[in-house]
Write a protein that binds this ligand. Sequence first.
Ligand SMILES: [Fe+2]
Length: 176
Amino acid sequence: MNRAENRIQTMITRGELETVDDSAEVQLVKLSGRDGEIIDEVEHVQGYGVTVNPPKGAGVLLLSIGGSQDDPVTSAIDAAEFRVKGLESGEVAIYDQTGTVILLKSSGDVEIQPSSGVVKVTGDLEASGDLKDASGTLDELRQEFINFVDLTYGVHVHVCAAPGNPSGPPQAPEVP
Ligand SMILES: [Fe+2]
């Protein structure tokens, strides 16, 4: 191995995540190196807009700035066993170790699959379109309610089978 190869090998190596300190502005992680040595206070440099607290045992790509062991950083921590596999070309997924997935589909749909079964929104939920659950849509429910109110409190008729018999339920009047 020549000097350049040796230098690169000491600058870039693999480790296994032990613990995470997520209290500071820059997250610090502790990991075990290839020979089992503990490397502490490694800066986990994360991209803007997304921050993570990766699980113990995750694989860490360790970089030493300028080849100095005193300045270890990582920007790549991957727990491959939890990665969402089988994405179509162009698709994007956010996932965690519980199985929760937010998937940007190639169809343009956004799928949210919470492992707890619950999606929580702080504040109001606004939709420019209709809402749909397992029983039907909000528009259908609204129309059923309007029909009920019309029949109960609006102009309606009762049909009676024969004089003296109880009348039937309210019915919408025939439109002339
Ligand atoms: Fe009535």
